[in-house]
Design a protein around this ligand. Structure first.
Ligand SMILES: NC(=O)c1ccc[n+]([C@@H]2O[C@H](COP(=O)([O-])OP(=O)(O)OC[C@H]3O[C@@H](n4cnc5c(N)ncnc54)[C@H](OP(=O)(O)O)[C@@H]3O)[C@@H](O)[C@H]2O)c1
Length: 339
């Protein structure tokens, strides 16, 4: 295999940035991580440990890591991975714009469908491309990042990214390039509509998915979004074995049936949670606006009402935890979902 075209810069050393960047470095690609003092300090003491649901474990010693609190001037990376949450996209892109050569490819590994436009607007001389991460990564103590589900990375097919596909493959992160990533991003967003439900449930993902009340909440959010996408002429790509239009029916099945039919969807570590659950628990800004908020905006553009997604934005935005619905039945009622 050809050597990597040059170093990779990870902008946002959090769950996704440390996991993807760490896998690339473990396979021989030079990687620089830009992150916050809390994470940099942990990595500087413990190094970076990568684990996954198959039991694999890799470790990079602290001395092997290139850690930065701002993008290093003069680095000229061959690829930047944009791995911050949606609310930090504009500021991060503006920082990158200040120090990277014109034309540097920046691959957004973020959820949502608008981060690339936001980043491109704040870094017009860089080449921002959309990507999609299908799997879940959680930060665990002492610099450990754990992948709790499976799946193949996706990105927009572009000559700038083609040389990277074998490097990602060698890092254990197969990367599929797509002619139309927008359809893939909307396919992922449909699945991410479970994130606010999971966050409000207070349960690990697997336990939440095994509760039919919560699944019915996710089903109505998906149904409403599918209607908006149809009005907008967007055909979301299938990300799971189940086609998007069948997801609401599957989710509404009685739990014993769901267990059997959705056995692949349920292949999740018992402790895995959506990162929105952590954001809500820690009082951080969530990505609700990039998920349900995005659906509401698209609905407005195409004359479709989105009361359930709008309600979810409101519920997640409530600052006091006790003001949020407690339990599956309460959430179902708050969303106006029939039993
Ligand atoms: N985690 C997952 O399982 C998963 C899966 C698929 C997709 N995604 C998507 O991937 C993106 C990243 O998610 P994540 O879970 O990896 O988030 P995360 O763990 O919060 O990591 C992002 C990190 O970047 C830091 N950061 C933000 N702005 C920065 C800046 N200007 N300079 C340096 N560091 C900065 C953040 O610090 P602050 O918190 O202080 O801002 C945070 O530590 C999101 O769009 C998410 O939806 C996540």
């Amino acid at each position: 295999m050809n050597p990597a075209p040059g170093p990779v810069l990870v902008m946002g050393a959090g769950s996704i940035g440390c996991y993807v960047g760490g896998c690339l470095q473990a396979s021989g690609v030079p990687v620089h991580l830009v992150g916050r003092p809390r994470v940099l300090q942990l990595l500087g003491v413990h190094g970076l440990t990568l684990t996954d649901l198959s039991g694999a474990r890799r470790h990079l010693a602290a001395a092997e890591l290139h850690l930065h609190d701002t993008p290093p001037a003069g680095l000229a990376p061959a690829l930047v991975l944009l791995c911050v949450k949606s609310g930090a996209t504009a500021a991060s892109a503006a920082q990158l714009a200040l120090c990277l050569p014109a034309g540097t490819p920046v691959l957004s590994l973020q959820n949502g469908v608008s981060n690339v436009d936001t980043a491109q607007q704040h870094a017009p001389r860089l080449r921002v491309l959309p990507g999609m991460v299908p799997f879940n990564v959680a930060e665990l103590p002492e610099g450990r990042f754990h992948r709790g589900t499976d799946g193949e990375l996706a990105a927009q097919d572009d000559p700038l990214l083609r040389p990277w596909a074998p490097r990602f493959q060698a890092a254990g992160l197969p990367l599929r390039l797509h002619a139309d990533l927008r359809a893939v991003q909307w396919g992922k967003l449909l699945l991410n509509l479970n994130n606010p439900v999971n966050a409000l449930s207070g349960l690990p993902l697997r336990a939440q998915l095994l509760d039919r009340n919560f699944r019915c909440c996710t089903a109505v959010l998906i149904e409403e979004t599918l209607a908006v996408l149809k009005a907008a002429g967007i055909e979301p790509r299938r990300i799971t074995p189940v086609a998007p239009r069948f997801l609401p029916t599957l989710l509404r099945m009685p739990t014993p049936v769901f267990r059997v039919l959705a056995s692949r969807m349920l292949r999740i570590d018992a402790q895995a949670r959506s990162s929105m659950a952590d954001d809500l628990r820690l009082g951080r800004v969530t990505e609700i606006d990039a998920l349900c908020g995005e659906v509401c905006r698209l609905g407005e553009q195409h004359g479709r009402a989105t009361p359930r997604n709008a309600r979810m934005v409101e519920l997640v935005g409530r600052h006091r935890p006790e003001a949020r619905p407690q339990g599956g039945e309460a959430l179902r009622r708050a969303l106006g979902v029939a039993a």
